[in-house]
Write a protein that binds this ligand. Structure first.
Ligand SMILES: [Zn+2]
Length: 179
């Protein structure tokens, strides 16, 4: 599935978050941006940062089954979004603990990609990781969490995100010894 072209996002916000006036559009830095005519605040829209872990144990990789309202029932690599004032590695360790019950130690970054969802543009960072404690149990917005051998992953149409499919394909090609 080709990535959906992402709109500028300029239609997503209507009012200045600082003073409440209606935002207008002005060209700044060769792009049309939301600018407040009252206080001159420029509403820069940037991608969110997402983090995901490739938790490896005995040649198998940990996937979570999504609950919630966005692509429920499909599998993904566990992770989530970095909070504004949070270190991205801390964010990932927190997310894995919340979603899978497992404590992880992070290894190197395996991949970095842009996600162009219609709803939200994000940048994803995939870390290799290993379990160092905890007990496997789905939690937070995950309704399942289990390890899959690389040769027995769910089919692509049961993986929620194109970027996770690409990362899992990389793993199948390179093997888990890459860590
Ligand atoms: Zn304003």
């Amino acid at each position: 599935m080709p990535p959906t072209p992402h709109p500028s996002g300029n239609d997503r916000y209507t009012h200045c978050p600082k003073c409440g006036a209606a935002l207008g559009l002005e060209v700044r830095g060769e792009r049309e941006r939301l600018v407040c005519p009252a206080c001159r605040f420029v509403f820069f829209q940037n991608p969110n940062v997402g983090v995901a872990a490739i938790v490896v144990e005995d040649g198998a990789v940990l996937l979570t089954r999504r609950g919630g309202s966005f692509r429920p029932g499909l599998w993904d690599l566990p992770g989530g979004f970095v909070e504004y004032d949070e270190d991205l590695r801390d964010a990932l360790i927190r997310e894995i603990r919340e979603e899978t019950g497992v404590d992880v130690e992070l290894d190197r970054v395996l991949e970095v990609r842009s996600n162009f969802f219609p709803e939200r543009h994000s940048v994803g960072v995939w870390f290799l990781a290993r379990c160092v404690g905890g007990t496997l149990a789905a939690g937070d917005d995950a309704v399942g969490a289990r390890f899959f051998p690389l040769d027995a992953l769910p089919p692509d149409d049961e993986i929620a995100f194109e970027t996770d499919r690409a990362v899992l394909a990389m793993l199948r090609t390179e093997g888990l010894d890459a860590s």
